[in-house]
Design a protein around this ligand. Structure first.
Ligand SMILES: Cc1cc2nc3c(=O)[nH]c(=O)nc-3n(C[C@H](O)[C@H](O)[C@H](O)COP(=O)(O)OP(=O)(O)OC[C@H]3O[C@@H](n4cnc5c(N)ncnc54)[C@H](O)[C@@H]3O)c2cc1C
Length: 453
């Protein structure tokens, strides 16, 4: 009897401790994995890793030249620092647009739509850090992603998710969305507009040769660029594909580390309806969490919009049936059919025929959706962040040592990387290391930034 009471008290105390921990009221004093699981060190829970200032708030004196590969959030952020410090650089972008995995459509509905990154998985204060102290752009208005009505669908039955669960989810992992803006606009106004004139579009990089004193970067059309340093921001999916040849080749250890980063295929489908027959969110349960994510959500949630726009996100193994289909139309029909099963044919009856499908998993220069940062361990982060002979640096969402996620992680990684590169270059130029020609050599190389056939 006594034993049972003690067990009950112990179980209750343990439950309270776990609850307090999960709710964030107790902050463990150690980084021990057991008491400080990685999931609680990323995104909105990684407050302690957010830097007080970034490269945007510092000045640099570097006379070398830099090639940035990729005009996504990371590349554009790094470029802004080079631009404001009057350092020679060029951005080689594979596609005909900047932004990478930030992309918007402003004509589809009566509010702008993000076709890739959409949520701020971080506390809103991160936006000020990413903007830098000198930022003149006005702060965007945000809405909390605190769902009021949501459900779970398992392919047969629909279960309502309780208000308690929605509140709890928001408390554990708060997320926000832009009310009238987009991630694309945020990146455009803070970064792209300042550096756009330095982007060479339709320039896929095929080879990075760092075997000599300077780095030679060759595009698929054979155009060559030479500089002192390179910042490589292609996604983990692109790096893994082997489409960019490194000379010397990447080590087996680095290749294994890149393989260890969780980066799944997937797509976003945006559908327009004449009537809103759906709740704020519908999670489509998959057999295992390892299979990725699949679900619908109201893209107009709290946007004061009249358009009825439903987003469908699908990643990981959940994409298999769709990737076996022959056309985008077939995918749209399959997604509508599933909704029809849940909502008594209301989906196909009210579908306006308007949709956007962005298949990020199968785009040649992306090859995936987002990195599951919480799955990346410290040694992997260190390995993929180590520059190649202090000449080729890596940046992008997967490389963020500040443990933010998605766009904030990509931007901070771009800023951190350029800071490391320039700080090291400045030390060398001032003779601290004493073994490298510093400014003289750097200027000479800088002049050869212009590509040659
Ligand atoms: C559908 C979707 C939803 C998402 N949702 C969110 C969200 O809600 N919130 C969030 O914060 N994040 C989200 N993300 C993740 C977020 O978009 C990315 O983390 C971030 O944009 C990555 O930026 P990056 O600069 O690291 O990489 P990228 O955006 O991939 O940029 C890399 C750039 O390099 C270019 N490139 C690639 N190969 C070459 C080459 N060989 N030569 C030259 N250029 C090359 C590419 O074209 C691209 O422009 C989402 C992503 C997707 C796809």
């Amino acid at each position: 009897m006594m034993n049972a009471a003690l067990w009950a008290v112990a179980a209750f105390a343990l439950a309270v401790a776990v609850l307090l921990f999960v709710m964030g009221w107790y902050s463990p004093p150690t980084n021990n994995w057991l008491v400080h699981p990685r999931i609680f060190q990323w995104g909105s829970r990684a407050v302690e890793y957010v830097p007080g200032e970034t490269a945007l708030d510092r000045t640099y004196n570097y006379s070398g030249a830099v090639i940035i590969v990729g005009a996504g959030a990371a590349g554009l952020a790094a470029a802004k620092v080079l631009e404001s410090n009057k350092i020679k650089y060029v951005i080689l972008e594979a596609t005909e647009r900047y932004g990478g995995r930030v992309k918007a459509d402003t004509t589809f509905a009566d509010f702008p739509i993000d076709l890739a990154a959409e949520w701020i998985h971080n506390l809103p204060g991160i936006l000020d850090v990413l903007s830098g102290r000198d930022n003149a752009a006005s702060p965007p208005e945000l809405v909390p992603w605190l769902l009021q009505e949501s459900c779970e669908w398992d392919g047969r039955s629909l279960k309502t998710i309780s208000t308690f669960t929605n509140n709890f989810a928001f408390r554990v992992f708060p997320e926000y969305k832009f009310k009238r803006s987009t991630w694309y606009r945020f990146v455009r106004e803070r970064f792209a507009e300042k550096v756009e004139h330095r982007i060479q579009y339709s320039s896929p990089v095929a080879e990075v040769d760092y075997s000599k004193g300077q780095v030679t970067v060759t595009t698929t059309s054979g155009k060559r660029f030479v500089a002192d340093k390179v910042i490589m921001t292609a996604s983990v999916g692109v790096l893994r594909s082997g489409n960019i040849r490194f000379v010397p080749a990447l080590s087996a250890q680095r290749t294994r580390a890149l393989d260890a980063v969780e980066f799944k295929p997937g797509f976003k489908l945006v559908l327009k309806f004449s009537v809103k027959f759906y709740p704020d969110g519908i999670n489509w349960a998959l057999p295992s969490e390892d299979d990725g994510e699949r679900g619908w959500y109201d893209m107009a949630f709290k946007k004061d919009a009249k358009s009825n726009v439903l987003g469908f996100l699908c990643t990981g193994a959940g994409t298999k049936p769709y990737y076996a289909m022959k056309s985008d139309e077939e995918i749209v029909t399959a997604v509508l059919n599933e909704l029809d099963k849940i909502y008594d044919n209301q989906a196909s009856r009210t579908f306006t025929g308007d949709y956007r499908l962005e298949d990020w998993g199968r785009k040649e220069f992306t090859r995936g959706m987002w990195v599951v940062g919480a799955e990346t361990d410290e040694s992997t982060l260190t390995e993929i962040n180590t520059p190649l002979e202090d000449k080729v640096y890596f940046a992008g969402e997967a490389h963020d040592v500040n443990r933010q996620m998605g766009v904030p992680g990509a931007i901070l990684s771009g800023l951190d990387t350029v800071d490391r590169l320039l700080s090291h270059g400045m030390r060398l130029a001032s003779g601290e290391n004493g073994c490298w020609g510093g400014s003289e050599q750097a200027v000479g190389l800088g002049e050869s930034l212009v590509g040659s056939e």
